[in-house]
Design a protein around this ligand. Structure first.
Ligand code: NAD
Length: 360
């Protein structure tokens, strides 16, 4: 594996491999850019089949964080960590060892939750480093607590996705309400579950799937939905598809099967390749670029880390996601281009502007 030649390398500033024999930690931290500030992005734990898969995932996710933070106007760069392993085999020792690895970067990278890691894990990480966010601070612990800047970013990501999905529906389907609209949700975890709640409250009817046994039944019972097999969720006859599981689900095989006219969901890196954005345009599907629509969590985590804003301010910033998406949709339509290409160009322009400021 030649890291520098990998297609996903994309001029990363730093890639760090960490190993801890005592806890069995095998981790990679990828820092794509610190031009706009310290690299911020979550830590994913996943049983990658090969090391090259783990490296690719870290690189793709970390570049996505640079773009996401830039587009959300946050004073942070982009980075991401992956821990190789099954989340069910997680130990507090391993998370603490990961915390030491993060700490060794002296604040160039700030971690938080992602797929396979939780607020409890971040508490373990916080024993070894202060460069961590998404912690269950006291205000966020109470079950009846009002929305808070602290704690699990999942519900805040879900809120941003919900508002962004509504903007996409307005733009593509010309409808101001979700009443009676059919939405397919793939993945019912930290983001998918609260998203289902918001969609149902607004009158959408839900078709759901999760590869985890019992996850879909819970949504059906508690919220009201129809469960379908995980293998068929992308091809459901619905108005909107909300991918909230893993990335690279939209490719040359899956796109021709998608019947939804809008794709708006939380999963990072939904497009397998950049060209798949053009395939979605040809298929008449409006795609809400993932790192723009799913920024709610990082907006919250970023302010929690800086300690510079309450929930009202965070909510106000999440409320800006629909307008940002609509600007991308309008420009993509005007220029006859993919929404993903337009968003990438806007994000890269913000990074270039930051770089110019640095050298000035
Ligand atoms: P999660 O691990 O809590 O939930 C993911 C769910 O998807 C799990 O229940 C899993 O069983 C299910 N799943 C996995 N593969 C599946 C498949 N093929 N079909 C159906 N279900 C499948 O993760 P999460 O925090 O809800 O995040 C979901 C996605 O959103 C991820 O791509 C993540 O990177 C992205 N994201 C999350 C946040 C956040 O705040 N948590 C923020 C931005 C982006």
């Amino acid at each position: 594996m030649d890291l520098f030649q990998m297609p996903d390398f994309d001029a990363h500033e730093q890639v760090m491999f960490g190993y801890d024999a005592a806890s069995g930690l095998r981790a990679i931290i990828a820092i794509h850019s610190t031009v706009l500030g310290p690299a911020a992005g979550g830590c994913r734990m996943w049983p990658y089949a090969a090391l090259s898969d783990a490296v690719s995932d870290a690189l793709r996710l970390s570049r996505g964080m640079s773009y996401k933070n830039a587009m959300a106007d946050l004073p942070f760069g982009g980075g991401k960590a992956v821990i190789v392993g099954d989340a069910r085999e997680k130990t507090s020792q391993r998370m603490e060892a990961f915390g030491r690895l993060v700490d060794s970067l002296g604040g160039r990278y700030i971690t938080a939750e992602d797929v396979g890691t939780t607020t409890t894990d971040m508490e373990q990480v916080a024993r070894a480093t202060r460069f961590v966010s998404g912690l269950p601070r006291d205000s966020a612990r109470a079950a009846d607590a009002a929305p808070s800047v602290a704690g699990d970013p999942g519900p805040k990501t879900a809120l941003g996705v919900f508002l962004g999905l509504k903007a996409a529906v307005r733009f593509r389907l010309g409808r101001a309400s979700l009443e009676g609209l059919k939405v397919a949700v793939q993945g019912l975890g930290g983001v998918g579950f609260p998203l289902c709640r918001l969609l149902r409250a607004e009158g959408a009817s839900l078709i759901v799937a999760d590869s985890r046994p019992g996850a879909a039944q819970r949504v059906c019972q508690e919220i009201g939905a129809v469960e379908v097999p995980a293998a068929s969720i992308l091809a459901q006859d619905v108005d909107v598809l909300a991918p909230c599981a893993l990335g690279a689900i939209l490719d040359s095989r899956s796109i021709p099967t998608v019947r939804a006219r809008v794709i708006a969901g939380a999963a990072n890196n939904q497009l397998a390749r950049d060209e798949d954005g053009e395939a979605l345009v040809r298929a008449g599907i409006l795609y809400a670029p993932d790192y723009v629509i799913n920024a709610g969590g990082i907006i919250s985590v970023a302010h929690e880390y800086r300690g510079d804003a309450g929930w009202a301010q965070v909510k106000a910033e999440i409320d800006r996601i629909p307008a940002r998406l609509t600007e991308i949709f309008e420009r993509a339509r005007r220029e006859g281009r993919a929404t993903s290409a337009v968003a990438d160009e806007m994000a890269r322009a913000r990074l270039a502007q930051g770089r110019r400021r640095m050298v000035a």
